[in-house]
Design a protein around this ligand. Structure first.
Ligand code: S3P
Length: 444
């Protein structure tokens, strides 16, 4: 007999003020990379402040399945990785299940292309709809025998044992995942691999490769490395995730009152597009205690409730804020006037089609939107009440949850289970600072 399946629903009631002092959990992108590089390094690495979200745990489990001894995360979210060296991974006994995680499958494909063994990567229903030719094409050009399903989606099958050659690859889209995939494969290739980006994307791979002692050169929008060097164990302190902090930045801004302090926010210049965008919308945010966490800049933010106005989002900020748009759209819905976004077609191939998923939910909640192939216009207004579908997308679920700070009634949000992929303590922290979110397990 089939078990009835269940899903998690959020009920977010109008609330506020938003105030308090909270620490932001570890950065997802950096947590993934810390496991990957520490596993391939020679020696033992300590990772402090790892994000224990399902996506990063999927990466951790993948390396455990390939014979890497990894301890933790402990209660402080510290992890110890006993690296096996560039050629020390073992063939996994079964397909590697990366769940919902695009970063795992795309970065791992670069590493697996350089191994002597065959491998397969599978994912969940949402990942199985996402485009993989963006990594398959350059890896094939480098000599890897890798294939996706006929429609270019997972599973990915990698033959292994290919001798890889370096390439010069102009990225067709601004994607840090594709850039990283090609660079990771480049470590196993003969010659110098050069990747050129059409717009600056997050540079955590480049920074962390250097921290692990792998020579990388960066010249404007061009990154290059030569195959055949080694990674040496090092200790990584993971900064707080600015993408997670964004839900609290926007919550603090749209709340009718209050001051919210966010500690330990990663301030890497390739990630701070959200701060540029809300500054243009009239946000009152103080940045204090600027410091370094390992190789990454970090600061504390003091967010004051602000009267926001709509703006035209600068194209250069799009890749720098790519994961922040669901929350930014909520800010736009609460702002005076129109906010316009263009050149953001990449939003359509995230964990959901984030342009359409947000437009559908905002319209249910009484906000006027005009959708374009590569963007949206949002007319600020009054959020009402209703049931919106997160499309199993963690960031859509969290965005609508904070929208409740300015809604006239409860916002019910379907399919919120995947919040645990990036931000397992979201509801707890949100309620601590003044939101009113209850959770319900619904049997289907
Ligand atoms: C990520 C890059 C971005 C981002 C994703 C994490 C990374 O994806 O959306 O959440 O860690 O490199 P794209 O490279 O597809 O833009």
């Amino acid at each position: 007999m089939n078990q009835p399946s269940s899903s998690l629903m959020f009920h977010a009631k109008p609330a506020g003020p938003v105030s308090g002092d909270i620490r932001i959990p570890g950065d997802k992108s950096i947590s993934h990379r810390s496991i990957m590089f520490a596993s391939l390094a020679e020696g033992t690495s300590h990772i402090y402040g790892f994000l224990p979200g399902q996506d990063c745990l999927a990466t951790m489990n993948a390396f455990k399945a390939m014979g890497v001894n990894i301890e933790g995360p402990d209660e402080q979210n510290n992890v110890v990785v006993h690296g096996v060296g560039m050629h020390g991974l073992k063939a996994p006994e079964q397909a590697i299940d990366v769940g919902n995680s695009g970063t795992s499958i795309r970065l791992l494909s670069g590493i697996l292309a350089g191994q002597a063994f065959a491998s397969e990567m599978i994912g969940d229903a949402s990942l199985n709809k996402r485009p993989m030719m963006r990594v398959v094409t350059p890896l094939q050009q480098m000599g890897a025998s890798i294939r996706a399903a006929d429609d270019g989606t997972p599973p990915l099958n990698i033959a292994g044992g290919d001798s890889m050659n370096a390439i010069h690859y102009p990225l067709p889209m601004a994607s840090a995942q594709v850039k990283s995939c090609v660079l990771l494969a480049g470590m196993y290739a003969q010659g110098t691999t050069v990747v050129t980006e059409p717009g600056i994307t997050r540079d955590h791979t480049e920074r962390m490769l250097k921290a692990f002692g792998y020579p990388v050169s960066v010249d404007g929008n061009q990154v290059s490395l030569t195959g055949g060097s080694k990674l040496k164990a090092c200790d990584i302190t993971v900064p707080g995730d600015i993408s997670s902090a964004t839900f609290f930045i926007i919550a603090g801004l749209i709340a009718r009152q209050g001051t919210l302090t966010l500690r330990n926010v990663g301030m890497n210049p390739t990630r701070i597009g959200v701060l540029n965008i809300v500054a243009k919308m009239g946000a009152d945010i103080e940045i204090i205690n600027e410091r370094k966490a390992g190789d990454e800049p970090v600061a504390d933010l003091i967010v004051h409730a602000s009267e926001l106005h709509g703006c035209d989002i600068d194209d250069a900020d799009v890749p720098l804020a790519i994961d922040e748009f669901p929350a930014i759209f909520i800010a736009a819905a609460c702002a005076k006037g129109v906010t316009r976004l263009r050149n953001a077609e990449e939003l359509r191939v995230k964990e959901s089609d984030r342009i359409q998923a947000m437009a559908d939910g905002l319209e249910i909640l009484g906000i006027d939107c005009q959708v374009y192939a590569d963007g949206i216009d949002i007319v600020g207004g009054q959020l009402t009440t209703g049931t919106v579908d997160s499309q199993h997308d963690h960031r859509i679920a969290m965005a609508f949850a904070i929208g409740s700070l300015r809604s006239s009634g409860t916002i019910h949000i379907l399919d919120c289970d995947n919040v645990a992929t990036s931000f397992p303590v979201f509801v707890e922290l949100a309620n601590e600072v003044g939101l009113n979110i209850t959770q319900e397990i619904v049997n289907e």
